[in-house]
Ligand binder design. Structure first.
Ligand SMILES: [Zn+2]
Length: 512
């Protein structure tokens, strides 16, 4: 099995900069890249990674996604003077050209492709590419929102072409909607695109109708475009985790990707002037950890936005630490998603119900703003919930397991924030080795990875080996074809959720 984490950084990508006054574009500074790299050096993370050089993406590679007109327009800027650069920049929404922009953008594309090659060839298990200019707003025929070429979209097309991949997951946790990526893949069922973004009912840039939850994809691509709009600022750790538990992760496990690409913008982190969200750097460690459980751990993280240098560089370090399999820090703050986040989560689940097996048994009711009475968490509630874990897993055949693990166990565990986790595996279990291993993998993000396995002595050696591998951070075994959870299990989980969500608020994913 591949091991190691690639890190791609090339100082040359700091040579793209704004030459005139522009209050919209002046936050996309070269220091975004250098500050992130310096922080990685400061924490001695650079020396623990495998350095991979960037290269220029070729014209053919850029043309996998972009039109030749767009490529030629970008190429022509290399010899322009400032006046000409300013004029051509004005043709686009929120973009600036510098004579070095074209070269930097080709390096950004090439860095993303180098990362894909390193991961797909087995040279490393995962990795991160620090690139500028970013990519996810860039469209087939246009630069947009600081982005010239769509690095992640080109990486996905390249991976399909070169490695014959049929299922690629793109997770866009940047605070802006990657509308460029959506347009490129909206009819393509081989790429599952997930984006959460500040939306505020279409008030926030790029203010598009198609950034809302009901844009689920087109034609054959229906169901493969997941938009989770944030209609308020101030979303925090628990809102982001709830989005993973109740939307992204169940879809991702059902989709079963062969490669995961992250459009990794950190403007969704605390302090960022663009996002105005409250998520702390630690949460990016947990989000990264969850994605490492997919696609046999093949995870390529590619930088997008992030404009608060401290928040950006700390979050980059959290991501790289996690890729290196360091124990995860505890997430801070009250573990309770806000009502606006719950409303968005319910809307996206309802919009995607026709396309996903795990949602087929769900019944969606109109959203109610309920004020749950605050009850002190009792020892009875705690004992009861532990009992529920074993009951839910007892006869969790096949994909009932995903509903139980993602829809119940993880939310409760994150609500509780334990200091130690003990998982006991007894005889006569119906849960398969893959399920048990994944449970260890998922829960390992908690309690700073203090996790004990208690396994009945007569258990088979394969189980012990598999659990030991999961504890050592090996990638998860394959789960096979996804079948919907049974109606009985879904009802059981729903009943428990309703019963327990007053104490365990991360269980909330609907208003009822
Ligand atoms: Zn952004």
């Amino acid at each position: 099995m591949a091991s190691g984490t690639a890190l791609i950084y090339d100082e040359a990508m700091t040579r793209h900069k704004l030459l005139w006054n522009d209050p919209i574009c002046d936050i996309e500074v070269p220091e975004r890249l250098s500050a992130s790299y310096e922080q990685l050096q400061c924490y001695h993370l650079v020396e623990r990674c495998i350095p991979v050089p960037a290269r220029e993406g070729s014209e053919e590679e850029i043309l996998l996604v972009h039109s030749s007109e767009h490529l030629e327009a970008a190429k022509s800027t290399q010899t322009m003077n400032e006046e000409e650069l300013k004029r051509i920049s004005g043709n686009y929404d929120s973009f600036f050209f510098h004579p070095n922009t074209y070269h930097c953008a080709r390096l950004a594309v090439g860095a993303a492709l180098q990362l894909v090659d390193s991961v797909m060839s087995g040279k490393v298990c995962n990795g991160m590419a620090l690139v500028r200019p970013p990519g996810h707003h860039s469209q087939r025929n246009a630069a947009n929102g600081f982005c010239l070429f769509n690095n992640v979209a080109i990486a996905a097309e390249y991976a399909k072409l070169k490695y014959g991949l049929q299922r690629i997951l793109i997770v866009d946790w940047d605070v802006h909607h990657g509308q460029g990526t959506q347009y490129i893949f909206e009819e393509d069922p081989s790429v599952l695109y997930f984006s959460w973004h500040r939306y505020e009912h279409q008030e926030f840039w790029p203010s598009l109708k198609e950034s809302d939850y009901d844009a689920v994809g087109l034609g054959k691509g229906k169901g493969f475009n997941i938009n989770l709009p944030w209609n308020k600022v101030g979303m925090g750790n628990s809102d982001y985790l709830a989005a993973f538990f109740h939307v992204l992760l169940p879809m991702a496990f059902e989709f079963d990707p062969e490669l995961v690409l992250v459009s990794s913008g950190y403007d969704s982190g605390i302090g960022d002037p663009e996002g105005q969200m409250n998520a702390t750097p630690e949460v990016f460690a947990h989000l990264t950890h969850f994605l490492m459980q997919l696609a046999h751990g093949k995870l390529c993280v590619i930088l997008e936005g992030g404009y608060h240098l401290r928040s950006l560089s700390e979050s980059v370090c959290m991501t790289v630490r996690t890729l290196l399999r360091d124990p995860l820090p505890q997430v801070t703050g009250e573990m309770a998603p806000c009502l606006s986040a719950i409303e968005s989560i319910q809307n996206v689940r309802a919009a995607h119900k026709p396309y996903w097996k795990w949602l087929t048994c769900e019944v969606f009711l109109p959203f109610f703003f309920l004020n749950f009475p605050i009850l002190p968490m009792s020892i009875f509630s705690f004992m009861f919930v532990l009992n529920c874990f074993s009951l839910l897993l007892k006869d969790a055949a096949g994909n009932d397991f995903f509903s139980a693990a993602l829809g119940f166990i993880l939310p409760v565990a994150y609500s509780y924030q334990p200091n130690l986790i003990v998982i006991a595996v007894g005889p006569n279990r119906s849960l398969g080795i893959s399920g048990i291993s994944l449970l260890f993998g998922l829960l390992q993000g908690l309690a700073e990875s203090r996790i004990l396995a208690v396994i009945e002595v007569r258990s088979d050696i394969n189980l012990m080996q598999s659990v030991a591998k999961a504890l050592a951070g090996a990638s998860m075994p394959h789960f096979g074809v996804h079948v919907p959870p049974t109606q009985e299990k879904v009802n059981q989980i729903k009943k428990l959720r309703n019963q327990l969500q007053q104490d365990w608020k991360m269980l909330q994913c609907s208003g009822k």
